[in-house]
Design a protein around this ligand. Structure first.
Ligand SMILES: Cc1cc2nc3c(=O)[nH]c(=O)nc-3n(C[C@H](O)[C@H](O)[C@H](O)COP(=O)(O)OP(=O)(O)OC[C@H]3O[C@@H](n4cnc5c(N)ncnc54)[C@H](O)[C@@H]3O)c2cc1C
Length: 510
């Protein structure tokens, strides 16, 4: 039997999850399909900033920054267990730099209007050295602190999916949309291939929303193979992860000028330091991009221009690379200058595609997509409520990491720990409990060990080698929950080894 919905969403990244929560909270019967795991695409590989984008001041993109800063407010308000205010330090090495960056951060603060967070303050050279001991001291004349947001991208995604489902939606990972169903040239549904059972199923809906990020053109090609769809420019950005002791700092440090006109951030995140990013054009998007040697060298060289003690390849604990789904514009030459604005397309058959944007504005993108459907009379009118919709597990209680990311659900992990009488970690170098793995299988749709080690926990992002070493134990715990056999365990471990290589130096391409 064909299942009927108001809204079908293709893609389980930030954009798809944002549309899903928007749609279900406006009472439309909604279903979402993700080809791999939720967040397997770009949405797990962001720099983890909730921001307007200081860098976009150089492009005079004031509306984009204003939109990001406004959404930053709702993002942190509705997910206080996953997003927080973070101080960012800009060091000055010349008076010219000082003047330029003080103007920039004051303008940035001004654009946030009544939604500003924190107060800009100046630090002396000595204060900076005390607070960031490995910062390069030669020629340092002082610095300034401003505030922005920071978050855990895939935990946010899982929380959005839980919110969507608890409010009545259905979300399926490992379900690939393989065809668009038409009636009189009008898109009325999708054919979905369930990768877990190898079966196909057809679903009908009033509205089909393509939220597949860098893969948007591929869905439009299914919709209309006659046209060569070319709406996306894919560029990749790489991050390196180090032990926090190598660059201890409670502040995120901003390297405000790289040779390609970007900003590099050194961020304290989940107990490590995360440094990035780059911007390299790609011919074709892939789900799991690989960092290049040049990118890694570029980040290390740039970083070491700002450190006293040199950080080397040997210090790298993890490498991760994401693909920006940028909206193609007529004269897009310099990647850094291509706008991060989002855009909505409407195909002749009636498919709505929402592309571009950034994680920070997932809510606004969702609101715009549903409003667009209403404007085109595809859905009955309704009002958005997501500015004031807390995520279902949100709490202001301050728990320690990693239990903090589960919000109100953390109690279930503590219960599992008591039930199995096991308070152990999955690996001595990782902060994650065995009980979390069980919770993630039971309540968070974790199906493979990659789902657990890359996206439910962030093990692979914090320490790729430790994640690899813990993979057999994780597979054994999951097998018990899922009633899988030894063969499944061996297969899982083998495929995780292949996958995890992308996060180590072994994977580097030229
Ligand atoms: C390096 C980098 C750093 C970034 N840093 C930040 C940051 O700090 N802050 C910020 O706000 N933003 C940041 N961004 C931007 C942000 O991460 C992206 O804009 C956002 O994650 C894109 O989400 P998406 O859902 O559109 O795409 P994706 O996350 O790629 O999701 C699309 C999904 O569609 C699925 N899909 C594709 N085809 C099908 C199909 N046929 N059937 C079903 N599913 C399908 C894919 O598997 C994928 O999971 C960064 C981006 C990059 C690349």
């Amino acid at each position: 039997m064909i299942k009927k919905y108001d809204v079908i969403i293709i893609g389980g990244g930030a954009t798809g999850a944002g549309v899903a929560v928007e749609s279900i909270t406006r009472k439309y019967k909604t279903i979402l399909f993700e080809e791999y795991d939720f967040g397997s695409g770009t949405s797990s590989k962001s720099t983890k900033l909730v921001h307007g984008g200081l860098r976009y001041l150089a492009n005079l993109d004031f509306h984009l920054i204003y939109e990001g800063l406004t959404e930053r407010h709702y993002f942190i308000k509705n997910a206080p267990h996953l997003a927080h205010e973070q101080s960012y330090l800009v060091p000055f090495y010349t008076w010219r730099e000082k003047l330029a960056y003080l103007i920039a951060i004051n303008s940035y603060q001004f654009l946030s209007g009544c939604k500003k967070i924190g107060k800009i303050r100046l630090l002396s050279k000595q204060e900076i050295i005390n607070q960031v001991p490995n910062i390069k001291q030669k020629n340092l004349i002082g610095g300034a602190i401003y505030y922005d947001g920071q978050f855990d991208d895939t935990r946010m995604l899982i929380s959005l999916i839980k919110t969507f489902e608890q409010k009545g939606g259905h979300a399926y990972n490992y379900h690939k949309v393989v065809d668009i169903i038409k009636d009189n040239n009008r898109a009325i549904g999708v054919k979905v291939f369930n990768k877990l059972t190898n079966q196909e199923q057809i679903y009908h809906a009033k509205v089909i929303i393509n939220a597949t990020g860098a893969f948007s053109d591929a869905i439009l090609n299914l919709d209309n193979p006659q046209i060569k769809h070319n709406n996306i420019i894919a560029t990749q950005g790489t991050h390196l992860v180090f032990e926090h002791q190598l660059f201890p700092s409670q502040h995120a440090v901003v390297i405000p000028k790289t040779p390609d006109g970007r900003i590099i951030f050194i961020l304290p995140w989940q107990g490590v330091s995360l440094v990035g990013t780059t911007d390299i054009k790609l011919d074709k998007p892939v789900i799991e991009p690989t960092a290049t040697n040049d990118e890694v060298n570029f980040i290390l060289e740039t970083l070491n221009q700002y450190t006293n003690k040199i950080i080397t390849h040997k210090d790298i604990k993890s490498i991760f690379t994401g693909i920006r789904p940028l909206v193609k514009t007529a004269n897009a030459k310099n990647n850094a200058k291509i706008s991060r604005k989002h855009k909505i397309l409407y195909s002749d058959s009636g498919i709505i595609t929402i592309l571009g944007g950034k994680w920070t504005i997932y809510r606004k993108m969702g609101e715009d997509a549903i409003n667009f459907a209403i404007k085109h009379n595809l859905l009955l009118p309704s009002r958005s409520v997501t500015k004031n919709t807390m995520l279902v597990d949100a709490t202001h209680d301050k728990l320690d990491y990693p239990l903090s990311v589960y919000g109100t659900e953390s109690i279930k992990i503590i219960t599992i720990q008591t039930e199995i009488n096991n308070f152990d970690l999955i690996h001595p170098a990782l902060p994650y409990y065995i009980a979390e793995v069980i919770y993630q299988v039971r309540y968070e749709k974790a199906i493979t060990i990659e789902d657990v080690l890359a996206r439910r926990t962030r093990a692979l992002y914090l320490n790729a080698q430790a994640a690899i070493e813990s993979s057999r134990l994780v597979a054994e715990i999951m097998a018990k929950e899922l009633k899988m056999n030894q063969q499944w365990i061996d297969n899982q471990v083998n495929s995780f080894y292949q996958y995890a290589k992308h996060y180590t130096l072994c994977s580097l391409s030229q």
